[in-house]
Design a protein around this ligand. Structure first.
Ligand code: HEC
Ligand SMILES: [Cu+2]
Length: 387
């Protein structure tokens, strides 16, 4: 008897030591991150506080329970007491949980209010979820871009070895300054997505037709990774988030450079209208664009997924009239997952991907489509609409 009691005490002590040594948890892969913002620190503290309260309750309740089971067992000759209804006990076990709940609610509410306070921000960024990528737009700065998964299909299919940031890498990261309050306005082009970066403790749904707000103020420069946390939909897992947090001066220089690059890209797109490329050039560029932007839905082999995404291989549209084909890509198909690529791809890129679709997988139309053809198609369409 004596021995079982000491074992019990020992076990309880061990549990206390394990749960209370926050050092263990701070380093642990199994706990949530403390992050790199004041809010993420607060969220972490709140999580630990409530976790400790839960542990204490568990220890007390199970302690009393196991003690009673062992100490008052039948083989020891214990006789059950017979009593009913004790107002005193009922009042105690109502009041104690209420006090515990209040003790949890006060810090939780404070943190939630702080998380919602997007006022006095230094920079606003609009984040738009879009199947299956993120679109970032810096308010009042004329800088915007799409951020797409950079992991290769070969890694996904297991042909190549998976990299260190498998499925958590993008072609162009969101760049943010440290020490400045950044406000996020979040919305979606199509379905509900969820923008989640654990190191900032920011996780918000992006809902079509609504704008949700969040904010962050990063303490340390670095690269922080997150992902779309929406569950329903097959490719949310393929739209990661990478944030590069820079010193304020570096960030300002980056912004200036982005504007310069945008101006150059615009000029190049203009020049592309006058130049004509060979079939091989268009086909090669088109293949890259197709695999990066279209294959999630229409598949690398062009066969689509029956019932969800039409095949391009052998499709009447890819083999038929060019303007119908262009129309589907430039203006999308409203109300379906086929989005308008007009704002996402330049005329040259659209020309390349159309050429690819019209010649790949045995679609041997031999058609070579130039940027100027795409431009002419758009001009014609606009003229028709104005009539
Ligand atoms: C998010 C999924 C998705 C992505 C990404 C996507 N598509 Fe589509 N696409 C669709 C769906 C769905 C349809 C069928 C729309 C409908 O019901 O009319 C479609 C239809 C089409 C059609 C018409 C085919 C036909 O036979 O009706 C073409 C052409 C096309 N897409 C080209 C592209 C190109 C080029 C890209 C990449 C630049 C692309 N799509 C990216 C989902 C997608
Ligand atoms: Cu998503």
């Amino acid at each position: 008897m004596k021995r079982s009691r000491t074992t019990l005490v020992l076990l309880m002590e061990l549990a206390v030591v394990l749960f209370w040594s926050s050092a263990v948890w701070a380093e642990s892969d199994y706990n949530m991150t403390q992050g790199v913002t004041e809010i993420s620190g607060k969220v972490y503290d709140l999580h630990m506080l409530i976790f400790y309260i839960c542990c204490a309750i568990a220890l007390i309740v199970f302690g009393v329970m196991f003690y009673s089971i062992i100490h008052h067992r039948k083989s020891k000759g214990a006789v059950a007491a017979h009593f009913h209804e004790s107002t005193k006990v009922e009042i105690i076990w109502t009041i104690i949980p209420i006090l515990i709940l209040i003790a949890m609610a006060i810090p939780a509410t404070k943190t939630l209010i702080a998380m919602e306070d997007t006022s006095q921000s230094d920079l606003t960024i609009k984040i738009t979820g879009s199947q299956w990528k993120w679109h970032y737009s810096y308010f009042g700065e004329d800088v915007e871009f799409f951020s797409l998964l950079a992991t290769s299909d070969k890694q996904i299919e297991g042909i190549e070895e998976k990299g260190a940031h498998y499925l958590l890498e993008v072609d162009k990261p969101l760049v943010l300054p440290i020490n400045r309050k950044v406000r996020f306005l979040m919305t979606s082009d199509d379905v509900i997505h969820s923008w989640w970066v654990p190191a900032f403790a920011v996780k918000k749904d992006t809902v079509p037709g609504f704008i949700n707000e969040a904010w962050t103020k990063i303490d340390e420069p670095g690269v922080y990774r997150g992902q779309c946390a929406e569950l329903c939909g097959r490719a949310h897992g393929f739209m990661p988030i990478v944030v590069q947090a820079m010193e304020e001066g570096d960030f300002d220089a980056w912004l200036v450079k982005q504007k310069e690059e945008a101006a150059i890209a615009k000029q190049q797109a203009q020049e592309a209208l006058g130049s004509s490329l060979t079939m091989d050039e268009l086909y090669a560029e088109g293949e890259t664009i197709y695999n990066a932007r279209c294959a999630v839905c229409h598949q690398i082999n062009g066969e689509g997924i029956t019932g969800a995404f039409p095949a391009i291989k052998g499709s009447a549209i890819a083999l038929g009239d060019l303007s119908t084909h262009l129309d589907a890509i430039v203006y999308g198909r409203p109300g379906t997952a086929m989005q308008a690529f007009d704002a996402q791809l330049s005329e040259k890129e659209i020309a390349a991907v159309v050429t690819y679709q019209r010649n790949a997988w045995g679609n041997d139309t031999g058609d070579v489509v130039q940027a100027s053809d795409v431009n002419a198609f758009k001009a014609q369409k606009n003229a028709k609409e104005e009539q």
